[in-house]
Ligand binder design. Structure first.
Ligand SMILES: [Zn+2]
Ligand SMILES: [Zn+2]
Length: 258
């Protein structure tokens, strides 16, 4: 379900929603969008900076150690592990996105401002994500993956080399899962970006390795109740993981649309 090259030249995506009462229901000037954007506090910004720095430091440390313990005989199980990690990440992105879109409110302490606000803001100002810098885009996801990354790093410094050799394929699964969860919001941002994307990003989108633009556009049709998976958006995840079907009910239709 490749996105077409022509899509790159298409105008900036705007959700095909009908305005209510003659007014625009979305956009940066929407009162609700402005109010939600103002909830982005200096404290939140600091938390995001710390999360990003710690997260990418741990990713580098763990990646180096994974390569150190990888052996040729691990190849088949590592390939399966990486594939399973990506599919799991896509499913979890759909589950989390569905939860944030459906439950709670921005008034909830901590969780409301930190995790629900970006999703609600995104529906009424879908292009805001394209104006967020790297830190605001990726801070929350980096924060979420800190504990599993630290846990993996702890194993590398405390387990015996024999134990690390044995568990290497499993750790590759966990690492792929963590990488794709960490990058989900960046991938989501790229799916809303129609100008200036690097060729390699368009290539990955076209091959459904990351969320294609045409695919994600469907979620932005009100009432935003389908196509929640935003990591790869791949229908393959549904085939391999039937419980994901409720998150992506039109998987076969999406496949035929490409
Ligand atoms: Zn949504
Ligand atoms: Zn979106």
């Amino acid at each position: 379900m490749a996105g077409s090259g022509a899509a790159a030249a298409a105008p900036r995506d705007e959700p095909p929603e009908e305005p209510e009462g003659g007014g625009r229901r979305w956009g940066a000037q929407h009162a609700g969008a402005r109010e939600l954007a103002e909830l982005y506090s200096p404290g939140k910004r600091l938390q995001e900076w710390i999360s990003v720095i710690l997260c990418f430091s741990l990713i580098c440390f763990n990646f180096y150690n994974l390569l150190f313990y990888l052996r040729l005989e691990h190849t088949p199980s590592v390939i399966v592990g990486i594939f399973a990690g990506v599919v799991t990440a896509d499913f979890l992105s759909g589950l989390f996105h569905w939860g944030a879109d459906t439950w709670g409110s921005v008034e909830l302490p901590i969780v409301g401002k930190a995790f629900i606000r970006p999703f609600r803001e995104h529906h009424i100002d879908p292009t805001a994500i394209t104006r967020h810098d790297f830190i605001e885009t990726n801070g929350d996801n980096c924060f979420m993956t800190l504990v599993p990354l630290a846990n993996m790093a702890y194993k590398f410094v405390s387990f015996s080399p024999e134990a690390l050799y044995e568990t290497c394929p499993w750790e590759c699964y966990v690492f792929a899962l963590i990488i794709f969860i960490t990058m989900t919001n960046q991938i989501h941002k790229w799916s809303h970006t129609y100008f200036g994307l690097p060729r390699w990003v368009i290539f990955l989108q076209d091959w459904h390795i990351i969320l294609p633009r045409k695919h994600h556009r469907i979620h932005h049709v009100s009432p935003h109740e389908t196509y929640f998976c935003i990591t790869t958006g791949t229908a393959l995840g549904v085939v391999l993981c039937p419980p994901a079907a409720f998150l992506l009910p039109s998987a076969s239709a999406a496949l035929s649309r490409g």
